[in-house]
Design a protein around this ligand. Structure first.
Ligand SMILES: O=P(O)(O)OC[C@H]1O[C@H](OP(=O)(O)OP(=O)(O)O)[C@H](O)[C@@H]1O
Ligand SMILES: O=C(O)c1cc(=O)[nH]c(=O)[nH]1
Length: 193
């Protein structure tokens, strides 16, 4: 049973979950068009009740103190923004979730953003599951900034350390991660040994 008094225990459990359920070694084409021998599909963890219960407080701890909302690009960020907003409520903090569409809705509202929209000028922290080039996160940030929000930080589960941090710095963003790809790959190797 997880020891709730020791946050590092939850971190270890989360790393094991990512190594077993999200990490794969093989041949993969990435969103950027690059090829890789490694892939981390966080969805089986983020869409599991117990996985999201581990991820949400861990990500919330990295959200800026003055953020009024967390936002992220659909689809990977959808469970994350929802889980973090709920974890915040359980801690007595008002924090809403925003989902950024990959393209504007083609009918109805025509919206790019879904959720209870904060006042323009409000701070929003962006959440992401995996950062490779940073292009997807920056796309979300651009939409949020165009809507008038202040975005300075992206929090990701896994930073693959393939240029995302530098791309974000160039866009006046700080990248903060729970794990590096090497953490997950090393743990996966240990578990399969
Ligand atoms: O840093 P980047 O080079 O942009 O790559 C990372 C992005 O790729 C994945 O999304 P994907 O495009 O596979 O979409 P999905 O979440 O809708 O499956 C992942 O969820 C990130 O959003
Ligand atoms: O770059 C990507 O597209 C990517 C890499 C990865 O490891 N996981 C993921 O979901 N996307």
């Amino acid at each position: 049973m997880t020891d709730r008094s020791d946050p590092s225990m939850d971190r270890d459990v989360l790393l094991d979950r990512l190594a077993r359920e999200a990490y794969r070694f093989g041949h993969f084409t990435l969103a950027s068009g690059r090829s890789s021998d490694h892939y981390v599909n966080c969805k089986p963890v983020a869409l599991s009740g117990t996985g999201l219960a581990l991820l949400s407080p861990a990500m919330l701890a990295l959200v800026e103190a003055d953020a009024v909302a967390v936002g992220g690009l659909t689809l990977g960020a959808d469970p994350l923004v929802s889980g973090v907003a709920m974890a915040a409520a359980h801690q007595g903090r008002a924090l809403d979730a925003l989902i950024v569409r990959k393209q504007a809705k083609g009918h109805g509202t025509g919206a790019w953003l879904e959720g209870p929209l904060p006042q323009p000028g409000a701070r929003v922290t962006v959440l992401e599951d995996v950062v490779t080039t940073g292009g997807s996160s920056i796309k979300a940030v651009q939409q949020l900034r165009e809507a008038g929000y202040t975005v300075k930080r992206v929090v990701t589960i896994v930073d693959r350390e393939e240029g995302g941090s530098a791309a974000m710095a160039a866009a006046d963003l700080e990248l903060v991660s729970l794990f590096k790809l090497s953490d997950v790959a090393t743990r996966a190797q240990e578990l399969s040994a």
